[in-house]
Design a protein around this ligand. Structure first.
Ligand code: ZN
Ligand code: ZN
Length: 246
């Protein structure tokens, strides 16, 4: 027991040391004011008010109660509705998501998670209203997870499922990788997504009502491909939550 404690202590100490070393080699600058020290300094954290995002149809932008997709915009690859926490135009949210995804900065996820947690009430109300019990991430390709060391959508889905007491359903697999989406044009993305890069893991039960989780909704092409695959496999109600919406 004592040996175990020593190991944990030593681990924590060396992790702290590595973090301090990393900070001194690659000093952090506040994404809001540029001051050296933290990714988001205490003052900017207090003064960051991203504001509530209006709930609206993700296709035409018409406002609705929770963000339902209106009937005339509904197709087999559109979600029943879309929920989000930040506008991607918010410079702090965008910088934090970028630091998390592309610079693997866990501090960024901790900051985002705290804000998402405070704003989850609307997601909870929506899931209760539509009887959704299963939370599912849009997964990265295995190769990308190896490069990155984590799958941001899965972490976010886990967080939402745990916080709201829902079941996490890992039933989707990305069978085909796509290039780094941030560097691609909308047209290139749409072309790539025509043949779905997703499949249902063999032998898995597909829940009828699903909350699909991803990091950012821009064109929605990735989510649409996943939605089509899930609907073909029997899912009836699919809402999408993304951390930010473009
Ligand atoms: Zn600052
Ligand atoms: Zn619409």
């Amino acid at each position: 027991m004592e040996l175990e404690n020593k190991k944990i202590w030593r681990g924590a100490r060396s992790k702290g040391l590595v973090l301090r070393l990393t900070d001194s080699i690659f000093p952090r600058y506040c994404v809001r004011c540029g001051e050296e020290g933290q990714l988001l300094c205490d003052k900017c954290n207090v003064n960051w008010h991203p504001g509530r995002i209006p709930a609206k149809c993700v296709v035409c932008g018409k406002e609705s109660i929770f963000g339902e997709t209106c009937a005339r915009c509904t197709e087999d690859n559109t979600p029943d509705g879309h929920l989000t926490t930040f506008a991607y135009a918010d410079p702090v949210a965008r910088a934090l998501i970028g630091n998390w995804k592309y610079h693997y900065d866990e501090t960024a996820w901790n900051l985002l998670r705290t804000r998402i947690g405070v704003e989850l009430n609307q997601v909870r109300q929506c899931l209760d209203t539509f009887g959704i019990q299963s939370v599912l991430a849009i997964p990265l390709h295995r190769r990308r997870v190896c490069e990155r060391g984590f799958d941001q959508s899965k972490l976010c889905a886990e967080f939402i499922a745990t916080t709201l007491g829902k079941e996490k359903a890992d039933i989707l697999e990305r069978v085909r990788g796509t290039g780094k989406q941030a560097h691609r044009s909308d047209k290139e993305r749409e072309e790539e997504m025509k043949d779905s890069p997703f499949q249902i893991l063999s032998g898995m039960y597909v829940p009828k009502k699903i909350l699909l989780v991803d990091d950012v909704w821009t064109t929605g092409s990735t989510a649409r491909a996943a939605i089509r695959t899930l609907r073909c496999a029997g899912a009836e109600v699919i809402w999408v939550y993304t951390i930010a919406r473009g």
